[in-house]
Design a protein around this ligand. Sequence first.
Ligand code: ZN
Length: 151
Amino acid sequence: MADMQQDLRELYQEVIFDHNRHPRNFRAMEQASHAADGYNALCGDQLTVYVKVQDDVVVEASFVGHGCAISTASASLMTEAVKGKTVAEVEALFQDMHAMLTEAHPEDRDFGKLEVLAGVREFPSRVKCATLAWHTLHNALAGVRDTAQTE
Ligand code: ZN
């Protein structure tokens, strides 16, 4: 855990700590139209993402689970970011976030609050913590019932 403390210092600590301590939309959703489970074996992060889609718009997103600060903060930020977007916009955001977290930062893209997660790229062992929620959301919207793996 010492490594993680060190990693976090390099990230946008405050926002991540805040979202970890007080995760937004942290609840199961009985009226969800889509849901999926995700598991990051590398860290032990486990979560379930719920979304409610109406007329092709994500009107609600929530999650439950347990994991490290980065996985929880990423899921919390994600549920805020996707609300009100169309399914196509969420899918585009998933692709952009994946690129932002694993490759190069797409230069023409403003990620707003989600920028706080960009720092994990410097810490390969933590990238999957940040991408887990997004993979799980992607699977939920695709109707994939299997547990999302971060591979
Ligand atoms: Zn983790």
